[in-house]
Design a binder for this molecule. Structure first.
Ligand code: DP6
Length: 360
């Protein structure tokens, strides 16, 4: 894959008008993307489970611009209402990608977007949001290039989504997506996410992710600021190497279904991510006391029951519980008995692996 393949030849048709709608799911990284170079190039490869229910649905209505103005032009509704806070991020995104979608300078967009997960739940919507928007924009390009293959549409959507938010490039396909160059995956690239094509043991089919909403407030430090702090981080290079090793390890685990090793890699990745935050300058903490209590409870439960339940964390305080489908009833009971007390308003979301984005 190279950047040039995404720069289109001159379009022959007129700028169209119409509406398109896509639903893109969120994803949860097993090996974490943490640290990046200019142009959204990841400092290490990452791999994620694509989720199913936690998703963003975005509709884009488009028509040729009425006035001849420079740059991109859009209006934005979030859950039916104007949302000024989102404008700067989308303006930057559209500006960055107009080189690859030159029609953006000649079109006006009406973007209407909503999430399935509760408002300000502490679940990042940038991955699913940027993925859904990138897919809508690719659908418009398809109007101009009718011969476009569906596979190219998704590949370029992932390439574009990455320029909006790195992890978004892993939300186009499913159920497992890898992003970033890795020696064991010849097709891997820093430019986009690729569906993981290796063998995957049946224990990972319909793997569950129950997300405990431990703290629903805004994060004190954004992911973008966190990535920046990796630039001068004293442990950065060793961490980047470790991510490569953990990805190799996980590839073996996917094949064998060795859940003990799965748990070890996934939990270590989550704690390393937060350890990187705690050892940045300035240092900071995104876990809450409840996050630690939940982790301790999970370890005790695993010890007592041998249920292969493990956790992972995003750049926030919420806890993702990962486990095979066959343990669903047991784990849900455990959550009700012991973990719900640590969730804000007792809230949690039951999700599972999914197939990726869909046109609505
Ligand atoms: C901790 O993709 O949100 O969730 O590229 O700056 O938008 P930007 O960052 P973002 O970072 C996500 C970091 C993470 C780990 C991961 O999803 O791999």
């Amino acid at each position: 894959m190279n950047e040039q393949e995404f720069i289109p030849k001159k379009y022959s048709g007129l700028i169209p008008a119409g509406t398109t709608t896509w639903r893109a799911p969120s994803n949860i990284a097993l090996v974490k993307y943490w640290g990046k170079f200019p142009d959204q190039i990841p400092a290490n490869p990452s791999i994620s489970f694509t989720l199913s229910k936690s998703a963003t649905t975005t509709s884009v209505s488009y028509e040729p611009k009425k006035q001849n103005s420079d740059g991109t032009s859009f209006t934005l509704l979030f859950e039916g209402k104007p949302k000024e806070e989102f404008r700067p991020k989308i303006t930057t995104f559209l500006g960055r990608i107009s080189k690859y979608l030159p029609f953006l300078n000649e079109i006006h967009l009406k973007i209407d977007t909503s999430n399935t997960f509760p408002h300000s739940s502490g679940i990042a919507s940038s991955a699913s949001g940027m993925a859904a928007l990138a897919l809508c924009l690719m659908d418009i390009e398809k109007e101009l290039v009718p011969s476009m293959e569906p596979e190219f549409l998704k590949r370029k959507a992932s390439f574009l989504a990455r320029l909006g938010s790195g992890s978004a490039c892993r939300s186009i396909s499913g159920p497992i997506v890898e992003w970033g160059m890795h020696k064991d995956l010849p097709e891997s690239t820093d430019l986009a996410g690729i569906p993981y094509k290796g063998e995957v043991h049946q224990v990972f089919q319909d793997y569950q992710d129950t997300i405990l909403l431990v703290h629903k407030g805004e994060k004190t430090v954004s992911s973008t600021a966190g990535h920046d702090l990796m630039n001068k981080h004293p442990f950065a290079n060793r961490r980047f190497e470790q991510a490569h090793d953990n990805l190799s390890g996980l590839m073996g685990v996917f094949e064998t279904g060795d859940l003990e090793k799965f748990i070890q890699i996934v939990e270590s990745e989550a704690l390393t991510l937060h350890a990187m935050m705690m050892t940045s300058l300035p240092y900071y903490l995104l876990m809450k006391p409840q996050t630690l209590s939940v982790i301790q409870k999970i370890w005790a439960y695993r010890e007592q029951t041998s249920v292969p339940l493990c956790f992972t964390l995003d750049a926030g305080a919420n806890v993702h519980l990962l486990y095979p489908l066959q343990y669903r009833e047991k784990v849900l009971q455990f959550i009700k008995n012991e973990l719900i007390a640590y969730c804000e308003n007792g809230q949690y979301i039951c999700d599972q692996l999914g197939e990726g984005s869909k046109k609505v």
